[in-house]
Write a protein that binds this ligand. Structure first.
Ligand code: HEM
Length: 422
């Protein structure tokens, strides 16, 4: 018999705008539904709100239309000096090279052109059979080994193997590089406890240094023996008559690995959790995979929004979303909020793979920095979920994803899962 408790559990206090502080690391440790509800409050304000100390803080751009507009006005909302918070230190950029995500204009365009062909739908269509074969191999091994953690055994392996194939990284290098990718990307975000904040940059920078060394070694090999891969394209690139320096090569290598792996791995892990939590949507997808797959992977990215935010710096006086901006102001584009904007998405908190149209901003708001790997990520997710839904029986997440507190990415540390062999 259930014994009624003496005093009823206290009702949660309604969320108040004055309690919301995006600059407070504590905010990023709140449960995700509370953070999303806070963004809903911010979207109702007349203009983007300011967070942080005077001169050191940022304006939070939270509405879909505003995130889209800022992304498409790079002349006013620049990516330099850096899109992440905290900003990469000037000395780190000098030592490890600056990544094109932090650049604007022709400097950015020239670097992006070197690799953009490889990510075009036409060339990726040619690589599709390899993506499918990779998904089959990962699921073959999963069926034999019956791992416990979905993230390490499945979700991170899929994007990692695919980007390594595109780059042309030999199998012998892959385990070591995988470890470095994980360490390098753990540093993004402002929400770490002090001990971690002090420890992680060191570890992240050491990881970057190792990646640079490996890139240098691979670059030497490809200069001697070019192949049909991205490393060969990078080492033979000509930007205004100049080859890329070893720092530029290193920065590219780390960017493609980190951007290509972490985001997609988190989307895949959230995808399994969402499909487990919504069996009707899972059945719909499984019953007509070819027709539903595009809608499903887009809805997974909208709902989970693997990258929470990127920052821009205002270059000249302008207006956005009802706020007058001055040069030097920081504007943080919250994709996590834009993707729940009720003026664009009906019932934005509902996971609905039939949502159409689904103009989510999970890959960015458009403009010159729009995710280079969006098409590849879709291809990977479709190939993997096809295998996962057709090969084992009753594949499901067990419990909720173990999330990492972060203001930057919606990162899943681990996700237990189970299935019956077919
Ligand atoms: C579900 C998976 C993914 C998500 C959610 C995602 C999200 C994003 C977002 C939000 C941006 C910033 C866009 C902007 O500033 O306007 C971005 C940029 C980028 N992404 Fe992705 N991404 C994913 C997968 C990938 C993959 C597979 C690659 C492959 C290499 C990749 C490579 C990049 C690169 C290189 C950039 C920087 C582009 C530039 O600065 O020109 N991403 N991504």
């Amino acid at each position: 018999m259930k014994i009624p408790s003496q005093s009823p559990a206290p009702r949660p206090r309604p969320l108040r705008l004055e309690d919301v502080d995006l600059a407070d690391p504590g905010f990023w440790r709140l449960p995700r539904p509370v953070r999303l509800a806070s963004f809903a409050l911010l979207r109702r304000l007349e203009a983007p709100a300011y967070f942080g100390g005077p001169g050191q803080g940022f304006y939070a751009v939270v509405r879909h239309a505003d995130v889209r507009e800022a992304s498409r006005r790079p002349d006013r909302f620049a990516s330099a000096p850096g899109v992440t918070t905290p900003e990469p230190a000037a000395w780190a950029k000098a030592v490890f090279g600056n990544s094109m995500v932090n650049m604007d204009g022709e400097e950015h365009a020239a670097l992006r052109r070197i690799v953009s062909r490889a990510f075009s739908p036409r060339l990726l269509a040619a690589a599709e059979e390899n993506v499918r074969a990779t998904a089959r191999r990962i699921v073959d091994e999963m069926l034999v080994e019956r791992p416990v953690d979905f993230v390490s055994a499945v979700a991170s392996r899929m994007p990692y193997e695919v980007i390594c194939d595109l780059l042309g990284i030999p199998a012998a290098y892959r385990p070591r590089i995988a470890e470095r990718v994980n360490q390098a990307s753990q540093n993004a975000g402002v929400s770490r406890p002090l001990a971690d904040r002090l420890r992680m940059p060191g570890r992240g920078l050491r990881a970057l240094a190792h990646m640079q060394l490996m890139m240098a070694r691979l670059a030497r090999e490809r200069r001697r023996r070019p192949a049909e891969d991205l490393i060969s394209a990078l080492v033979s690139a000509d930007v205004n008559g100049q080859a890329l320096t070893s720092r530029q090569l290193g920065a590219f290598f780390s960017l493609l690995l980190v951007a290509g792996v972490e985001t997609t791995r988190n989307a895949i892990a959230h995808g399994l959790a969402l499909l487990t939590g919504h069996p009707d949507q899972r059945d719909l997808l499984a019953s007509d995979f070819e027709r539903r797959a595009d809608g499903a992977v887009d809805e997974i990215v909208r709902h989970s929004t693997p990258i929470i935010q990127f920052r821009r710096t205002v270059t000249a006086a302008c207006e956005l979303g009802g706020r007058a901006f001055s040069p030097g102001d920081k504007a943080v584009l919250f994709y996590a909020s834009a993707n729940r904007d009720e003026s664009v998405f009906t019932d934005p908190d509902v996971f609905d793979i039939t949502r159409s149209p689904n103009p989510h901003l999970g890959y960015g708001g458009g403009g010159p920095h729009y995710c280079l790997g969006a098409h590849l990520a879709r291809q990977e997710m479709k190939a993997l979920f096809h295998e996962l839904l057709t090969r084992p029986r009753e594949l499901r997440a067990v419990g909720l994803p173990e999330l990492v507190d972060s203001s930057f990415d919606n990162r899943v540390r681990a996700l237990r899962f189970a299935f019956e062999p077919s």
